[in-house]
Design a protein around this ligand. Structure first.
Ligand code: DC
Length: 228
């Protein structure tokens, strides 16, 4: 069973997807971390981000693994180093290349094979898992998304301003929404949830309730068919 959660940065989808996977006892797949791994490897190897062929080659050479909530790039724990502003910016650039996406989409589908999973990203409901059991699209007003990111960075001791973050978020949104391959957009059958004024528990309660009631009605339908 696959549940997808897509949405822009700061919409709360990572926290929601992780929390929902715990409540449902499903696996959790952070696909943004995979694009971040490609970006990190490209930076590490001093490759020009605009050299599409070289970036694609890197995406085909690296190994990405998730283990005990850690992200491993070629066996190295990069859980923290893929969250720097430099990698964040670069990830949005490498995510524009169709062959990079093709490579990662393949890995994402493999990761979800034969297991129950909550998969989080930008294109999970539209491109990667079009037949997912339940699809969500989380949104929040840009000011609120910037505020969340600001608090996150402050907690890490980084100096920045709210207006700087707001500007970066708007630039990234534009790039993610306007790219030709798999742009950020809700699937036609996605349920949209605006998290601007909701606590994380409120978001999780809504998501869990929707998934569970869908599971119940599917089981019920199967029962009645079996009884016919
Ligand atoms: O969710 P995130 O901020 O960790 O994602 C990092 C970048 O990767 C972001 O710019 C969008 C891109 N991305 C994507 O294009 N498709 C995905 N499924 C996940 C992330």
């Amino acid at each position: 069973m696959i549940v997808t959660i897509d949405g822009p940065a700061g919409s709360g989808k990572s926290t929601a997807a992780r929390g929902l996977s715990e409540r449902l006892k499903f696996e959790f797949l952070d696909t943004g971390a995979m694009y971040r791994c490609v970006a990190r490897a490209v930076i590490q190897q001093n490759i020009d981000l605009t050299d599409e062929q070289a970036v694609v080659k890197i995406s085909q050479q690296i190994t990405i693994a998730f283990s005990d909530a850690k992200v491993l790039l070629n066996g190295e724990d990069v859980s923290l180093s893929i969250r720097t502003p430099e990698v964040t910016e670069a990830a949005s650039l490498v995510a524009q290349y169709p062959a990079v996406r093709q490579e990662l989409v393949h890995l994402q589908r493999q990761a979800a094979k034969d297991i129950d999973i909550v998969s989080e990203g930008r294109d999970q409901g539209t491109v990667v898992f079009p037949d997912a059991f339940c699809k969500f699209f989380l949104v929040a007003v840009p000011q609120e998304r910037a505020r969340r990111r600001f608090e996150e960075l402050q907690a890490q001791g980084k100096t920045t301003t709210l207006s700087e973050i707001l500007q970066q978020i708007e630039e990234r949104d534009q790039r993610d929404e306007q790219r030709t391959v798999a742009p950020l957009k809700p699937a036609d059958d996605a349920i949209e949830i605006n998290t601007s004024d909701l606590t994380i528990d409120e978001v999780l309660n809504q998501l869990e309730q929707i998934v569970r009631s869908r599971i119940n009605s599917t089981t019920h339908e199967q029962d009645s068919e079996g009884n016919l």
